[in-house]
Design a protein around this ligand. Structure first.
Ligand SMILES: C[S@@+](CC[C@H](N)C(=O)[O-])C[C@H]1O[C@@H](n2cnc3c(N)ncnc32)[C@H](O)[C@@H]1O
Length: 338
């Protein structure tokens, strides 16, 4: 649709899925926020040195293609490590092995084992792990040759929320103990208790994806507290409404807002009618309803950015112009332009 460029996704997704513009906008906001923070991380200088070694660790990476895109852009870090269940890494290893394009990106000399679910190149590793097992995590980090002293960007997009709360906390705590100069990008759901949140939980549960940790960290404050309690020095959580309206570049926003009209939500809107019945009865215009839906949807997802900064390179890193680690809500009431 033109929201973003991904020259590799077709290798991982057999049939394109048509999604409503509101969902596409949500994906775009998430992609764009991650990209902006990733580029900032990759640009950070250490002792004035531009080309310093950095690493990215993606927890529950699934079929994400970010590494291949960064390679194409000339932005790939010294080391990029992806972890997931073996069932997933085996499939990803098979796709990489069977594509000359992807094999080239991980390096022709990379060792690929579909059976073990592993890919091991000089700068890219794909390894199987159960994130609930911290010993396994340690083993895989060693196997991947990660250097805990290097600046590390950790990505967990829609992953920790599926673990039980104890396991989620253990992963966050492990990451803090392991990487002294690190940024943690957490993207996941909030607000389970309102009508929209309950519908969101039911939709995911009906697909076998229980949001096991959602009640443990139901708000922006709780997400920040999760990190601060587990040893991170700073943590700021913003909902996607605020991320979209104040963090994503205005030019990008106005570009993607011209891509699709918000004209096809009646069915989805009806699904959510419980929260909007008042508005529905009042017969507000479809445009107004969609505007409200957009707000509600984006208030139920958030990014938490947590920092450990032993090297002192992240002074300016993260969401701007906010007091860090206040523990207070940083949600904004700003609404996106439509
Ligand atoms: C919703 S998908 C998100 C994938 C990817 N992060 C993205 O945003 O496109 C969740 C991923 O987490 C992985 N996952 C869930 N629980 C896990 C666990 N205990 N250990 C390893 N991976 C896990 C799943 O296999 C799946 O690939």
């Amino acid at each position: 649709k033109g929201y973003m460029t991904d020259d590799y996704i077709h290798l991982f997704v057999k049939r394109p899925i048509r999604r409503s513009p509101i969902i596409n906008r949500g994906y775009f906001a998430r992609y764009s926020a991650l990209r902006k923070l990733l580029y900032k991380f990759l640009d950070c200088k250490i002792n004035g040195e531009e080309k310093c070694k950095k690493q990215i660790l993606s927890l529950g990476a699934g079929f994400d293609t970010t590494y291949f895109q960064l390679q194409d852009e000339g932005n790939a870090p010294h080391l990029y490590v992806e972890l997931d269940f073996k069932e997933v890494t085996s499939k990803k290893a098979a796709i990489i092995e069977n594509s000359s394009e992807l094999r080239g990106k991980v390096g022709e000399a990379a060792l690929i084992s579909q059976e073990k679910g592993e890919v091991s190149g000089d700068h890219y590793k794909l390894l199987p792990v159960d994130l609930r097992d911290i010993q396994q995590l340690d083993d895989m980090i060693s196997l991947a040759d990660m250097d805990p002293s290097l600046p590390t960007f950790i990505i967990a997009e829609c992953v920790l929320i599926y673990l039980d709360p104890e396991s989620s906390r253990s992963v966050v705590s492990w990451a803090s103990r392991t990487f002294s100069t690190a940024a943690f990008f957490l993207y996941e759901q909030i607000h389970p208790n309102d009508a929209f949140g309950q519908q969101m939980i039911m939709n995911l549960e009906s697909r076998g994806c229980g949001l096991l940790s959602l009640h443990d960290t139901p708000t922006l404050q709780a997400k920040e507290k999760l990190f601060l309690d587990q040893g991170w020095r700073r943590a700021v959580a913003w909902d996607m409404l605020k991320v979209y309206s104040t963090f994503i570049d205005a030019q990008e926003r106005s570009r993607i807002e011209r891509l699709e009209l918000f004209d096809e939500f009646e069915e989805w809107y009806m699904m959510q009618a419980s929260i909007f019945s008042l508005f529905y009865l009042c017969q507000i215009t479809i445009c107004q309803k969609l505007f409200l839906l957009n707000i509600v949807l984006h208030e139920h997802y958030c990014v938490t950015c947590a920092i450990n900064d032993a090297m002192g390179i992240f002074n300016e890193f993260g969401f701007p112009n906010e007091e860090h680690a206040t523990g207070s809500s940083t949600a904004s009431t700003t609404v996106p332009s439509m």
